[in-house]
Design a protein around this ligand. Structure first.
Ligand code: SF4
Length: 723
């Protein structure tokens, strides 16, 4: 790629949105090029074909990303609510920071450190996630920190740890997907969520590979499949068990692999045998012949993979569901071998790195456990404090939001918009509004920021440097390509200024590379070891896969016995080829059984609701809804339903339809299509207000991952007349 250089040279960087972290170049353009309502961005996107994940391809979200840099709706100065119930008013930074520090300290003094909470995001750079966790635990002394990644890939993470002893979403590079023999995509609509990734599917097909898509809807991704299985929402676990049952019944178990590289097979086998195909057909609605066809495709290929996304993961049994798909891979010897295995397509930009560096309630940097004495000792040493100062693990994201206004009285939130993205959102909105004090860092006045007492405007992706870890576990460098507008500060500057006001003059530098250097030391020896990764290496190598430990005599220092310095660790694109990361090196089968969703349809709520994303928008839409081109392409929510259901309800295409759950009501225009099961409706979740899908969703939590059940709940569907 190009390097930063002369006035018109492009700066190599990455997209601000999803976990594919597509490479792009940003080049300054003259201000006069502007047209339309907003001033032209000072930067334009140029192709960066050398970055191999996307080879220059971008979706509309990435292509239009600079628009928000110069948008009239971005925040360019702090806002403060000077009296309760009063308006948010422009303020200077000194007043805003003094107010935040004063209120947080006041609540802490009155109610104890755990009355102050911190809520982060899976889009924050590694440096920010690291600094936020350190700020919460040292400066505030609170255990109450978690982040919206809990709503993203937490179930896959928990299942990974349970089975493999290590959680890296994909244990192999995306390039391997194009060369596997059979790919099973479970609950991923990557054709809309990350379109440049479709090229791996195209290449897979060109190479003779087969594609199975599991999704209750015939999505743009499902249209590509050789076999599309459309189970009833909430039954992916049974589907995987049914396939495993057939694997056993048809003598397709890889006994050698099971004996040499796994433990726990007898129990997992017994659990699968209790799910015979006819039972699975009754539970899932997938006909037995389709199950058999899927098993044949999966097992007849020389190599095969399962990739899950939010579809099977966002359930009160998400961890077990992912576990069932992992069991299928293990029983057939399709893990820890070239071009085979299980992986998770993480959604948020830094969904992977965001969970490794300490903003998760139970974790310390390097993906260490907060309740592990050795981990506490190590990180406390790097931070220069006594390990006893580190709080214990806190609450998970939904539990934290649910405790606002009661146990947790003040909140500092950055990189998240839970008023739109949390389950049971009306309740969450109420809890947020009941706080004694809320401070929000954001680039625009999001629906959550509207409720804040202080809003701090922070820099956007192209205005600051930092590392992101993409869905492959590849650590990437986003580079600053322009200065933030006057009046805007970076999150790291904000944390440093707040820390200083709360008595921590040192330890919170504003320079991202300085933070990364400390992160390297804090992660050294941990599962997600970044100690051998430097900004320079990332730039030279276009990303480095963790774990990448620092070799003892790296950096030109003489090696052992005065010999030459050993080569730096190359990073680890492929995990588990020799051993899994468990104590005995064996992958663990976990026996799992089907159980129904927390809410089953009944006479009052006879239909199932599932939720997801559309091509033009990203997550809560806080950014993409404010980009004219994207908003024009997808201006509002809709309810997708089958013609038979539409007829029963009495709605025609485009007419308002109300979806009602035990938690509330949402109204949006009907979009009628046979591409969805007649017992299910779908709503995208990007919008606030009357059409907010998350008003309806169920916060029932997975016991292991604390993931809410976004992907299925029981609803009633009605014609809404005028709404
Ligand atoms: Fe950005 Fe994801 Fe689109 Fe790539 S696929 S351009 S990373 S939003």
């Amino acid at each position: 790629g190009t390097a930063p250089g002369g006035p018109s040279a492009a700066v190599d960087t990455h997209c601000p949105y999803c976990a594919l972290q597509c490479g792009m170049g940003l080049r300054p353009v003259p201000a006069s090029a502007g047209t339309g309502a907003d001033p032209a961005p000072g930067l334009e996107v140029v192709e960066r074909a050398a970055f191999d994940v996307n080879r220059g391809a971008l979706c509309g979200k990435g292509r239009t990303a600079p628009a928000l840099l110069s948008s009239r709706v971005r925040l360019t100065g702090p806002l403060v609510r000077r009296r309760r119930g009063g308006p948010l008013e422009p303020a200077g930074w000194e007043e805003a920071l003094d107010r935040v520090a004063g209120e947080l300290a006041g609540v802490r003094a009155a109610h104890g450190p755990d009355a102050v909470g911190v809520f982060g995001g899976g889009g924050l750079t590694n440096e920010k996630a690291y600094a936020l966790g350190k700020f919460a635990r040292l400066v505030l002394g609170t255990s109450q920190i978690d982040y919206n990644g809990r709503f993203c890939m937490a179930s896959a993470a928990a299942a990974h740890l349970r089975a493999f002893g290590l959680d890296r979403g994909m244990p192999f590079p995306l390039a391997d997907v194009a060369r596997t023999g059979c790919l099973v995509l479970v609950g991923s609509n990557l054709a809309e969520t990350m379109p440049p990734a479709l090229r791996y599917i195209t290449e897979l097909r060109e190479n003779g590979g087969r594609l199975i898509v599991v999704d209750p809807r015939r999505t743009r991704t499902a249209e590509q499949a050789d076999l599309h299985l459309a189970p009833r929402p909430g039954t992916d676990l049974a589907l995987a068990l049914g396939m495993l049952h057939l694997v056993v019944a048809e003598g397709r178990v890889d006994a050698g692999f099971v004996a040499e590289r796994t433990s726990g097979w007898p129990e997992a086998r017994a659990a699968a045998m209790a799910h015979w195909p006819e039972l699975v057909e009754r539970i899932t609605g997938v006909p037995v012949p389709h199950l058999r066809e899927a098993v044949a495709m999966f097992c007849d290929a020389e190599s095969s993979m399962v990739l899950t996304a939010r579809g099977p993961e966002q359930h009160s049994k998400g961890t077990d569901t992912v576990g069932a798909w992992i069991n299928l891979c293990l029983a057939t010897g399709r893990a820890g071998r070239p071009l085979s295995g299980y992986g998770c397509l993480t959604g948020q930009g830094n969904g992977q790195g965001g969970r490794e560096h300490g903003q998760k309630a139970d974790q310390l940097p390097g993906y260490r456990r907060l309740d592990d004495p050795a981990a506490r000792e190590h990180v406390a040493r790097v931070w220069g404090v006594d390990p006893g100062m580190l709080p214990k693990p806190g609450r998970s994201a939904y539990e934290l939001l649910d405790a606002l206004g009661t146990d947790v009285r003040a909140l500092l939130l950055t990189g998240s918009n839970p008023v739109v993205s949390a389950p049971r959102a009306a309740h969450v909105e109420e809890r947020i509004a009941s706080l004694d004090f809320l401070a929000v860092c954001d680039v625009v006045l999001s629906e959550t920021a509207e409720l804040a007492d202080v809003v701090l405007p922070v820099a956007q992706w192209a205005e600051e440097t930092g590392t992101m870890t993409n869905l492959e576990g590849r650590v990437l460098l986003r580079r600053r390509a322009a200065d933030p507008p006057p009046g805007v500060r970076t999150d790291l500057e904000v944390l440093g200024a707040l820390a200083a006001r709360l008595g921590w003059e040192k330890g919170f530098p504003a320079d991202p590379e300085e933070v990364f250097e400390e992160l390297r030391r804090a992660s050294a020896g941990g599962p997600a070891d970044y100690s051998g990764i430097t900004y320079r290496r990332i730039a030279e190598e276009d990303g480095v896969f963790w774990p990448c430990p620092q070799e003892p005599a790296q950096n030109g220092v003489a090696g052992p016995a005065g010999g030459p310095s050993p080569a730096p660790h190359p990073g680890t694109p492929r995990l588990f080829l020799d051993r899994f990361a468990t104590d005995d090196g064996r992958a663990r089968f976990v026996p799992v059984a089907h159980r129904p969703p927390a809410e089953e349809p009944d006479a009052d709520y006879p239909v199932l609701l599932t939720t997801g994303r559309v091509l033009a928008h990203y997550q809560s839409g806080a950014q993409t809804r404010r980009v004219a081109e994207l908003n024009g392409a997808a201006p509002g929510p809709f309810v997708q339903l089958h013609p038979r259901l539409a007829e029963r309800v009495g709605v025609a295409e485009g007419e308002p339809v109300a979806v009602v759950s035990r938690r509330g009501r949402a109204v949006a225009p009907a979009r009628i299509t046979p591409d969805i099961r007649p017992d299910t409706v779908f709503m995208p979740f990007h919008w606030p207000g009357a059409g907010r899908a998350n008003t309806l969703t169920n916060p029932a939590l997975d016991p292991a991952s604390r993931m809410p059940e976004f992907k299925v709940c029981a609803v009633r569907v009605e014609a809404a007349g005028d709404g």
